[in-house]
Ligand binder design. Structure first.
Ligand code: HEC
Ligand code: HEC
Length: 264
């Protein structure tokens, strides 16, 4: 998925033009693209997957997969990178026996596909917030937005620094897009891999899955490692926005915007 970033950026650039002109459906589509989601999940498979999930997984991951004893699966990289159970299946069959998740070694490919469809449907439901209306957008509570900003945005931004006057710089709808949608910076994702020798190699991320990470290094050479043999950090400048997206309520979004427009 990550390796398709260039293509994704091209698609997003095209869609940016349509942000304010096109309707709800395109916004949903953009949301899906931003979250890196595959085409909409198959509803019949998702319904079968829900049954398997409720019986086998909900105890630890919550009925809605938002996490309990086990982690939230709607924000899980394993789930987001998966399309049809091909990434999820092996992870489930292996489990995390040393960390409290049993191995589901009997799981068939069909069952993995069904569970994956259910989880993608849950992610989709979270992405549906893109459908929320842009009309009358400055209806939030600026004070609540200020509090939210201090808690969630200030680690990267400052109201008197980089975001000073942002309320004069952009129209409200554009301003909202700035924190809800990806930027149109076409810079590719990069990653820094730390080898067992301690050497760091930074380059453009080509591929990442549970087993392998590949980059092209500064000399343009393609290099690849087993993920369990190295440490790595993926440098996505907008990862902060992407993470927050899963957390906002509609009123959070309204409140943040109401606050940002006061930064004249
Ligand atoms: C007994 C508790 C338990 C059960 C049952 C369980 N899990 Fe887990 N699961 C965990 C724990 C704990 C982790 C975190 C492991 C770690 O820290 O790396 C986890 C991790 C995961 C991950 C990886 C999340 C990530 O970091 O990307 C996925 C995906 C997952 N579980 C899916 C499932 C599914 C689907 C089922 C049912 C078929 C299931 N789990 C059943 C406890 C459980
Ligand atoms: C982990 C870091 C991080 C967090 C957390 C974060 N942002 Fe950002 N934000 C960025 C980066 C990086 C950019 C610049 C993207 C670019 O230049 O393309 C940015 C850009 C923006 C911009 C556009 C600024 C401009 O002048 O064009 C706005 C507005 C914004 N963020 C608002 C927010 C708000 C509101 C929050 C909290 C709800 C938030 N951000 C949380 C990293 C973060």
């Amino acid at each position: 998925m990550r390796s398709d970033r260039k293509l994704l950026n091209a698609v997003l650039l095209g869609l940016t033009a349509c942000l304010l002109l096109c309707g709800q459906e395109n916004r949903l589509e953009r949301g899906r693209t931003f979250l890196g989601l595959a085409p909409p999940p198959d509803p019949a498979a998702a319904a079968r997957g829900e049954k398997i999930f409720v019986q086998n997984c909900a105890f630890c991951h919550g009925q809605d997969a938002r996490g309990a004893e086990g982690p939230n699966l709607i924000r899980s990289a394993t789930v987001l990178h998966d399309e049809k159970g091909e990434t999820l299946g092996p992870v489930l069959r292996r489990g995390f026996p040393d960390k409290g998740m049993p191995a589901f070694s009997q799981l068939t490919d069909e069952q993995s596909y069904d569970i994956a469809s259910f989880l993608h449907a849950r992610v989709e439901a979270a992405a549906n917030r893109y459908g929320y209306k842009l009309q009358n957008i400055v209806t939030g509570d600026a004070n609540a937005g200020k509090t939210y900003f201090a808690a969630n945005c200030q680690s990267c931004h400052s109201a008197t620094g980089d975001l000073a006057h942002v309320g004069s710089k952009y129209e409200p709808a554009d301003l909202q897009a700035k924190f809800l949608y990806p930027g149109d910076s076409a810079a590719p994702l990069t990653a820094t891999v730390t080898l067992p020798t301690g050497e760091n190699v930074t380059g453009v991320l080509k591929r990442i899955d549970d087993f392998q990470i590949s980059i092209t290094d500064e000399t343009g050479a393609y290099r690849s490692w087993q993920t369990d043999a190295v440490k790595y950090v993926i440098n996505d400048p907008l990862l902060g926005h992407q993470r927050l997206l899963a957390k906002y309520t509609d009123s959070d979004m309204h409140n943040i915007l109401a606050y940002l427009v006061t930064l004249k």
